[in-house]
Design a protein around this ligand. Sequence first.
Ligand SMILES: [Ca+2]
Ligand SMILES: [Ca+2]
Length: 253
Amino acid sequence: MLRKRSRLPRLIAAPIAAAALTLTVAGHQASAAGTGPSAPGGAGASGKAAAAPAPCLAGATTLLGDLDGDGRPDKISNPGHTGTKMTVQWGAADGTFGTKQTVSKLLGAKPGEVATAAVADFQKDGKLDMVVNIVEPSGVDDPATARVADYRPGPLKRANLASAHARHLDIGDSREVKQLRIANYGDDKYPDLAILNNAGDGVWDREVRLTKARSGPGSYDSEQQYKYGEHGTPAEPPAMPSDGWKHFYKSCS
Ligand SMILES: [Ca+2]
Ligand SMILES: [Ca+2]
């Protein structure tokens, strides 16, 4: 018993020394990789966490910014600023962009449904976020309500634009959303939302959702609506902002 014990330290000593050597080598490699100019090899996780460049505009209706969180800019196009014809092209490692994919299809809109989206970095964490609304228009005066209405903070999944932190947004609870646009209300640094909707009985509204620091677009607020909202009709719809992206993002060139 005693003899066995006395030999124990020596038996353990060798493995410990080996382990210490391994740690030293690993530590050296890690620091060497960290000091490299690009360190692309690094641990996979650290590569993924690399910050993407700030979003920028490649034209009035085209935003370059990281939507899926891989650190590479993706290309988001929003013809007419309406949010109804938005497309995404995922950025590749060599700086090119993949084929255009319609946001409507990625979101899984069904036949007859209209998908509307607005993209900006609402909480200013460097990753683009998306507001989505999916509704089957009523075709009559009575507004249809949304099947899906979410605020989806980035990163979003490439396959279906899902977010791990998506939350319901009340934009489609009682109104039929026609357009979603980025807007600037209150003049802080957080992008806000302007919504064109069918409110029923021949009334089309511009509704607003203001963004608070780091929380994304808020709920309906009658004071903000009174201050920034507007009524109209299908024939004379309320004015909608088209300079939201331009206000918050600089040109890429
Ligand atoms: Ca990306
Ligand atoms: Ca964000």
